[in-house]
Design a protein around this ligand. Structure first.
Ligand SMILES: Nc1ncnc2c1ncn2[C@@H]1O[C@H](COP(=O)(O)OP(=O)(O)OP(=O)(O)O)[C@@H](O)[C@H]1O
Ligand SMILES: [Mg+2]
Length: 498
């Protein structure tokens, strides 16, 4: 493979009065993994999209192997060998996996689109992740029937199908479980050895240190530094990203007082995925749910919230309840923060304020409603460090992480008694995560019962004192005290408790 070097200098991008990128710089080379780091809203996705021709910069220069370059369209960038997995998924739900992957570059045989070739090539791509997805993921499966992690895998394979020389992974690991991430990183290592260039955006520092060679850091739209990974530390990078970051402390929850009232008790809960789950959460407890992706954690939370059908026994706030609809759950002071913001219906063209306030609207007294609601909205936006031009800006003007903060904020504003969290911090930067953790601790200390699923083991270890590990639709292991360690979490996740 011939050499490949792409550089961006002094890139500027504005949207109306908003500066998404003020001085973006990047130097990408063959055989190198470059991490693009920065807080939510710092300009990472914007810079990535300039590389792929999706966003055209107001000014700045791009050079490809030393020659000035300007990508007029994504097709032009693709022809130059640049392919990307975007943060917001772009698959068409009603088409099959194969149709999505080969859209607009269908394999031909004798000048005609060959569906046989398309299926075969899709299967070989899927084989790269063999054993790491459910059996229903086949070339002919419809996207709409896939789980979030499977959709993410298809996005990655789609980017790969262009046989790129540079692949950009914008938070491509956020929906994947540990094993899927491991496999992706094995592949990245192979691609690197074959001379491909890789740009990776991730808010998980541990991933950056595992896979990246160098890191370029953005702060408020400006590139503030580049570091060689082997010569830097997590602390140095976080400080570059976030002014005055200081120490992001960890503090595990105390074991809940057994005298606290039981807020939720579940016995023998079953759905098509759950094979009988038992658990108890008390007021003031932050109970963790762990395990590999897709072992029933989301189903459990959705069933508890009345969003999917289930059978079994549920006692909420001392009463036998079985919610048939989220409205009933909400009326009983139960809230669910989803992690998959794409499918969870933010009203994208409506304002941040309207989205934030929607679920808690009823709790504000009539005459002063709007003023009080605005005050509360402003406080939660501040607490979650939302980067936005104003509360009245539409949600679709927010960066990925900031949109997820709206999803979190709107449920926190309801002040629930039982808070269900379905992997809520996907795509949220380290600074905002720390704020979110302290909000969770506050809620817990005020007596909220919290059931918290996270695909990030560090998060469970840092926040919870008891974690239920799920495997194949059941709670397979309960970890607490000395047994709540990273090693135990991993082995329990694999279904091999030690
Ligand atoms: N289409 C748009 N209209 C208005 N503002 C935008 C638009 N796209 C991005 N922005 C703004 O530009 C800034 C940079 O956004 P960008 O998506 O590049 O951030 P990011 O670093 O990728 O953040 P995240 O980690 O949350 O994904 C943000 O403040 C965002 O609100
Ligand atoms: Mg982004």
């Amino acid at each position: 493979m011939t050499s490949f070097r792409l550089t961006v200098e002094k890139a500027v991008k504005t949207y109306g009065g908003v500066t998404a990128l003020a001085d973006g710089n990047l130097d990408v080379q063959a055989g190198t993994v470059t991490a693009l780091l920065g807080a939510n809203g710092s300009g990472k996705s914007t810079l990535s999209k300039i590389l792929t021709g999706v966003v055209s910069p107001n000014s700045g220069s791009i050079t490809l192997n030393g020659a000035p370059m300007r990508f007029a369209s994504p097709q032009a960038a693709r022809q130059a060998g640049i392919s990307a997995v975007y943060q917001e998924l772009s698959l068409i739900p009603d088409l099959t996996v194969a149709e999505n992957i080969w859209l607009a570059h269908e394999p031909l045989k004798n000048g005609f689109v060959s569906r046989t070739l398309m299926r075969q090539r899709t299967q070989s791509l899927l084989d790269l992740f063999a054993g790491l997805y459910n059996r229903h993921l086949t070339p002919d499966a419809l996207i709409t029937d896939l789980t979030p992690d499977e959709r993410q895998l298809v996005e990655i394979l789609k980017a790969l199908s262009f046989d790129p020389r540079l692949i950009i992974l914008d938070e491509a690991t956020a929906s994947l479980d540990g094993q899927q991430v491991n496999r992706l990183f094995e592949l990245v290592t192979q691609w690197k050895a074959n001379g491909m260039a890789i740009v990776m955006v991730s808010h998980r520092m541990e991933e950056i240190f595992r896979i990246a060679d160098k890191a370029s850091v953005l702060r408020n739209g400006r590139t503030v530094g580049e570091r060689v990974i082997a010569e830097t530390s997590e602390r140095e990078l976080v400080e570059l990203m976030i002014e005055g970051a200081g120490a992001l402390h960890r503090e595990r929850a105390p074991l809940v007082d057994p005298a606290n009232p039981v807020r939720l008790e579940v016995r023998g809960l079953k759905t098509s995925v759950l094979h009988g789950v038992d658990l108890t959460v008390r007021d003031g407890e932050l109970l963790g749910l762990g395990g590999l992706q897709g072992q029933g954690q989301s189903d459990l939370l959705m069933a508890l919230f009345g969003a999917i059908r289930s059978t079994g026994q549920m006692i909420v706030s001392g009463e036998a309840r079985h919610f048939r609809h989220p409205r009933q759950a909400m009326a009983a002071d139960v809230a669910l923060v989803p992690g998959d913001r794409g499918s969870e219906g933010l009203l994208l063209i409506r304002s941040i304020f309207e989205n934030l306030i929607l679920p808690s609207w009823g709790s504000y007294g009539t005459p002063i409603r709007v003023a009080r609601a605005r005050e509360k909205g402003a406080v939660i936006a501040e607490e979650l460090k939302m980067v936005m031009s104003s509360l009245d800006a539409p949600v679709n003007s927010l960066s990925g992480g900031n949109a997820q903060k709206v999803v979190i904020g709107k449920w926190l504003l309801r002040a629930p008694k039982l808070l269900l969290l379905n992997d809520p911090t996907k795509g949220i930067d380290v600074g905002a995560k720390a704020e979110f953790y302290s909000l969770l601790r506050q809620l817990r200390d005020r007596g909220t019962a919290i059931l918290f699923y996270s695909s990030d083991d560090d998060e469970l270890l840092g926040l919870c004192n008891r974690v239920l590990v799920m495997h194949d639709g059941r709670v397979s292991t309960e970890l607490f005290g000395d047994r709540l360690t990273h090693e135990q979490l991993v082995s329990a996740s694999m279904g091999t408790p030690s």
